[in-house]
Structures are given as structure tokens and as C-alpha cells.
Design a binder for this molecule. Structure first.
Ligand code: NDP
Length: 622
């Protein structure tokens, strides 16, 4: 079946564009925003800024006894990564599983992020995991945050993960103790937990980061209010995730950040604030949302295995570029470029003989046309031509995470909403005791909200937020990985016995983040269950197996550096890598060092490895 037969075909995009001129414009817009410090421009939420991340607005702090115990498995993190690992551990028969989580409940990003308007931006039928297993279907295509949070809690209940869960607790140090063959876990609560196995499952969006704008302290000291979007302060704003921020009616509010979070926030802040100033460095792409309630007839007729099939279909249309011969089941702004490219390919006299270069050329042209469609949409929706021009994204699709929203652009037509374009100065210049300075002008505000994102591609020590991770002989994991990951299958590392990793290390990557965690959870659970069954006290990769996997990663790597280097800075390309002497760590993909043949080939490789049953490349000691 072609996409058109499925009722989901290519879109109409402008053809009257000058690609060479646009290419130059993209480059100039990138250069304008590139900062020499790269990702080091951001402030960590530690020390005097710890309150931005550590305060939990959802669960009051309750004193508890110190935990002093021996356990089988500690999973560090209770979001999708930790929950899926926990679920597969239980399925594999491992009972003594304890999830340690900073928040007061399961949910991870869906626990912390409860800002007004929060919804899933990817189709929830793909994104929300274990739908078939829990017999649940989200109520709409892009589900509300509260519904996904509840689903996380349901996963916890379904698999008995609440038993033994340790909430409102932050791991401080993680040290391998050779004398007892266990990991010693110390926490901010003074605990001493000795775990036979440890799984690091902190996810990608666990640590808020702040833009390095001087003056935050001066603003707070003068009585200004300030918080990060992932720690929404409803006491201050009033209302809830569905809006009604009535306490902002007499407040001037500054929003810094126009990524996926900022785009969801603006319609609510614009409607309820006395005045909203949106400080924008780079505009997001914002397409129609077309959110729709789930059709009960469709849901009733879904066949077993449907979710994995849908995830695979979405993955093919986005990450693999297109999926000739398959319908586009998701059919939205994420898959449009693939559909338009496929239509062009099918119109070739002999599509089968197309070269990779031809394919990339067609896709690039379609990319320019698609982005032009999005820019013209802005002109049609935003009244003020200067504001419309500032809102136009000039970069390749997927340089930044695409967004969709039916109220965002129109909000800039409101008289109480001002867009402040800070691209010329590479960001807001300064914060003062009264407000913010941008383009030489001071904007007085009562409140500053940072929708400034998370530590996603910064150094691993910043991302894990664990002071010490020390393996055998006191070797630091951060030092061990200083020049790149060293793992077997992206999930275990030599010198760090009984320790497992989830996330974007050296793994095959799916376009569905939860599918990645599910695959990794299943594999890690298998190894831990086998080690326990075989009476092993330690399991870790051999030096040879780890080196061989590193070589496989390098040999199969798909080089995306040219694309990343042309992209406007952002977390997708490690803020463009920086430039000059003080530069950040260079261009680095937010996908880690992926296994080139892709997610499904990786899944197959792991399945075959497990089927052999000999734990090839791992050393088990009893
Ligand atoms: P992002 O990292 O995507 O955006 C941060 C924003 O802050 C950018 O607009 C950035 O501008 C801006 N910024 C940073 N420093 C400055 C500065 N000095 N002056 C002015 N502006 C500045 O964070 P988000 O929280 O929006 O999103 C992070 C990720 O979380 C998303 O990409 C997505 O993966 C996930 N997410 C998912 C959602 C969902 O599915 N519903 C919703 C929200 C988030 P610039 O672009 O120029 O760097």
C-alpha cells in the first residue's frame, strides 16, 4: 500500500523558493546564534541555583528514618526508563527491585512537568509505553500530561513497583565495594543502601538547566519571582495544568525559551498575564496540531501487537526517512517530510535504482519546501509583519524538535503579548533587580519563567547528577568515559561490575523514546535474572567484548556531523559545539554514539545474543 492509498499522502508545499539563497540565510542565522561557550553557556542547578531543581512543588518533604539495607537491584530513576526496566525485571522473576527516585512518585518528566498546557507532542499511541499490556488507550492523539503521569503510576502498580520504591530521595554517591561485591548507594537522606545490581535510569530530561544570564540573584533579592517550567509554581500563578492562571492577572511575566515547553506555555500565559514578554532566541517550527479524541471504534478493532507495529511504522517514516510500500499510520507533522520525499521517489522513472545521494538530494529539497510552508503559515496567522518575520524558523527540519500548536502563533496578535527577539545578542543580555535587559532595553517584570530546557547533551556528570560514580579500584565512570563511551551494547562497562545503563549511549535508537527504554529494560533484566539464577556475584564485560563493541559502533556509524554542523545551535547538536579557545565540547549528537544499522537491527542483535544463552562477552564470577 502506498501512503496515498491509506488516505495520507504528500502535502502541498511551495515550489517558488531559491534554495541557494535559503542555504545562505540558514548559515547566517546559525552563525548569529552560535556562542563560543557552546553548552557551557548554561548554569547547572547546583549550589546557589539548587532550588530551581531540588524543590518539589508536588510532594511535601516528610522526615523518614535512614535506610540501611542490602537489596538485589536498585534502579535509579522512576520515569519511563526506570519503570520499564523495573517492569521487565519483575517479568523476568526478579522480585527484590527498588526504584530510587528524586520525585515523590513515579512519572519522571511527567511527574515534574505539570505546567499549563502540558501535552505529549508525539502521537501518544506510539509514545506511551505498554498500552497493550495495561489494556489502556490514551484519550486523544496528543494526550494530556496528567493522563501520562497516571499511566506511569499504573505501570508502577501493575508490576508491584511501589513495594520497596524509595521516593523523594536523591542519590549522592555510588561506589563499588569489592569486599561485599555490592554497590554502596548514599543519598541526601543519609541512607546506606547496598545493592547487588544497579541500573542508572535517569532519563534525558531529568535535570533542568538555566541560561547563564547574569543577575538572577539580584532579581530574586529585590523580590522578583522566578522558577523553571519543570517546577511550576501554581501557588504564585494560580490555576492548574488546564489553565486559569488567575493570579497572573496583575503580573508582568517574562518567558525565556521558545522550545517545545515554551510553545505549549505561551497561549496560557498570554491569556492570563497582565503582560507577557516572550524572549526568543531561536523560533521553533510550529505546525497545526489537529489533536483529536481517540475513536473508540478504531481502538476496539486494534489487533494484538498493534503498538509495536505502529512504533515501527512511525520510526520508518521519520528516522529512516521514508517507508515505501507502507501506509503512514501516524500521518502528522513528524512524518510529512518522509511522505513528501516518498512521493517524489515514486515519481522517478525507476525508483529502485535511486542512489543514496539522489535520495538525500530529494529529501533536502523537500525539507526546504516544507520549512517554507511553515514560514508562510506564520505570515498568514500573525498580524504584525515584524513579529511574523521574527517567528520564522530558518534551518533544516529536525535541526530542532518540531512542534505543533493551534494557539501559539495567534497569541502574538494579543495586545498584552510582546515578542522580544534576542537573536542578535545570542540571548537575553542581563537580569536586573527590576527585570531583563535585551537589545539595550530594560523590560520590568514581576516574574521570570525559564523554559530553558534540560541537561541533555552536556557532560555526563552534569546529566547523572550523582557526585561520585566509582567502579572497581575507585575508577570514576566520568573519567572512564571522558573520551567517549566504553560499553558492551551500550548497557554495561568494564570495571563497573553489576552496573547497567539506559539511554543514548552506544545503542540502536528508535524515534520513540519509550521504545528505547523498553528494549534496554528487557535486555538488562535478562542479564540480571541470568546472573542471579546462575549464582553469580558479579557480571561485567570482558575488555575484548567491550573493545569489539566500540569498534562496531565506529565502523557502522552514520556520519551526521555535516547536517549537525549546519544546524542552528540547540541541544540536538550540543549547542553547535561552540567555537574558539573557550569552546564547548564540539558538535555532539543528542543521540549519543548510535549503532549505525539502527534500532530494529540492534533489537535483533540483542535477541540473537540472548537466544544463544551463553552471555557472550560477559564474565560471571561466583
Ligand atoms: P529546549 O532546550 O528545547 O528549549 C530551551 C529554550 O530556551 C530555547 O528556546 C532556547 O533558545 C532558550 N534559551 C536558552 N538560553 C537562552 C538565553 N540565554 N536567552 C534566551 N533564550 C534562551 O527546552 P524545552 O523544555 O522546550 O524542551 C526540551 C525537550 O523536552 C524537548 O525538545 C522535548 O524533547 C521535551 N519536551 C517534550 C514535550 C512533549 O512531548 N510534550 C513538551 C516539552 C518538552 P535556543 O533555541 O536559541 O537555544
Amino acid at each position: 500500500m502506498t501512503t496515498v492509498e491509506n488516505g495520507c499522502g504528500p502535502t502541498e508545499t511551495p515550489t517558488d523558493i531559491d534554495i541557494d539563497a535559503l542555504r545562505d540565510k540558514y548559515r547566517a542565522e546559525r552563525e548569529k546564534r552560535l556562542r563560543k561557550e557552546g553548552s557551557k553557556q548554561y548554569i547547572e542547578t547546583t549550589g546557589q541555583y539548587a532550588g530551581f531543581a531540588e524543590a518539589d512543588p508536588h510532594t511535601p518533604f516528610v522526615e523518614r528514618d535512614v535506610i540501611d539495607t542490602d537489596i538485589d537491584v536498585a534502579v535509579l530513576g522512576g520515569g519511563f526508563a526506570g519503570l520499564l526496566c523495573g517492569a521487565y525485571l519483575k517479568k523476568a522473576g526478579v522480585e527484590d527491585v527498588h526504584i530510587i527516585e528524586q520525585g515523590g512518585d513515579f512519572g519522571g518528566v511527567w511527574y515534574w512537568n505539570r505546567y499549563p498546557g502540558i501535552q505529549c507532542d508525539n502521537e501518544s499511541y506510539c509514545y506511551v509505553p505498554l498500552l497493550e499490556e495495561l489494556d489502556f488507550i490514551p484519550s486523544k492523539k496528543f494526550a494530556d500530561g496528567a493522563e501520562i503521569y497516571q499511566h506511569c503510576r499504573n505501570i508502577g502498580k501493575h508490576f508491584g513497583l511501589y513495594d520497596g520504591a524509595i521516593f523523594s530521595t536523591q542519590v549522592r554517591d555510588l561506589k563499588w565495594d569489592d569486599s561485599i561485591n555490592r554497590w554502596r548507594i548514599s543519598t541526601n537522606r543519609g541512607d546506606d543502601i547496598r545493592a547487588r545490581f544497579v541500573v542508572l535510569a535517569s532519563g534525558s530530561f531529568n535535570r533542568p538547566k538555566l541560561p547563564g544570564i547574569p543577575g538572577i540573584k539580584e532579581f530574586v533579592d529585590a523580590g522578583g519571582h522566578i522558577f523553571h517550567s519543570s517546577r511550576w509554581d501554581y501557588d504564585y500563578t494560580g490555576g492548574d495544568a488546564s489553565g486559569g492562571l488567575e493570579k497572573l492577572a496583575d503580573k508582568k511575566v517574562a518567558l525565556i525559551g521558545t522550545g517545545a515547553t515554551g510553545v505549549q506555555l505561551v497561549p496560557f500565559l498570554g491569556r492570563d498575564s497582565q503582560h507577557l514578554y516572550v524572549f526568543q532566541r531561536t523560533p521553533s517550527t510550529v505546525d497545526e496540531r489537529n489533536n483529536s479524541p481517540t475513536d473508540p471504534e478504531w481502538a476496539k478493532n486494534l489487533q494484538p501487537g498493534w503498538q509495536k507495529e505502529r512504533q515501527r511504522n512511525f520510526h520508518s517514516w521519520t528516522f529512516e526517512g521514508m517507508a515505501l510500500g507502507q501506509p503512514d499510520l501516524v500521518c502528522d507533522f513528524w512524518t510529512e517530510l518522509g511522505r513528501n520525499t516518498a512521493a517524489r521517489v515514486l515519481a522517478l522513472p525507476d525508483p529502485a535504482s535511486m542512489t543514496p545521494e539522489q535520495f538525500m538530494g530529494i529529501r533536502e529539497e523537500e525539507d526546504y519546501k516544507l520549512m517554507e510552508r511553515l514560514r508562510r503559515r506564520i505570515e498568514a496567522l500573525v498580524d504584525d509583519p515584524d513579529t511574523a518575520e521574527s517567528l520564522k524558523p530558518y534551518y533544516r527540519f529536525l535541526c530542532k524538535r518540531p512542534c505543533s500548536n493551534d494557539d501559539y502563533l495567534q497569541t502574538f496578535n494579543r495586545p498584552n503579548v510582546t515578542l522580544v527577539d534576542v537573536s542578535e545578542t545570542k540571548g537575553v543580555e542581563r537580569i536586573t533587580d527590576k527585570g531583563l535587559v535585551a537589545n539595550g532595553q530594560e523590560f520590568e517584570v514581576d516574574c521570570i519563567i525559564f523554559a530553558s530546557g534540560f541537561e541533555i547533551t552536556t557532560e555526563i556528570s552534569r546529566r547523572y547528577a550523582i557526585d561520585t560514580v566509582e567502579g572497581r579500584d575507585g575508577v570514576s565512570l566520568y573519567d572512564n568515559w571522558a573520551h567517549g563511551y566504553r560499553t558492551l551494547h551500550g548497557m554495561t562497562s568494564r570495571g563497573f561490575p553489576n552496573q547497567f545503563f539506559t539511554g543514548f549511549t552506544q545503542v540502536g535508537i528508535s524515534a520513540n523514546i519509550s521504545a528505547n527504554y523498553e528494549l534496554q529494560g528487557e535486555h538488562i533484566a535478562y542479564i540480571i535474572a541470568e546472573a542471579l539464577d546462575r549464582g553469580a556475584t558479579t557480571v561485567e564485560p570482558t575488555e575484548e567484548a567491550q573493545a569489539a563493541w566500540g569498534a562496531t559502533i565506529r565502523e557502522t556509524a552514520v556520519d551526521t556531523s555535516a547536517f549537525d554542523a549546519e544546524c542552528t545551535p540547540g541541544y540536538y547538536n550540543n549547542e553547535g559545539g561552540g567555537q574558539g579557545e573557550d569552546a564547548g565540547e564540539g558538535i555532539r549528537s543528542h543521540l549519543g554514539e548510535p549503532y549505525g544499522p539502527g534500532f530494529y537491527a540492534f533489537g535483533e542483535l540483542l535477541r540473537e545474543w540472548r537466544d544463544k544463552g551463553d552471555l557472550d562477552g560477559l564474565v560471571l564470577r561466583t
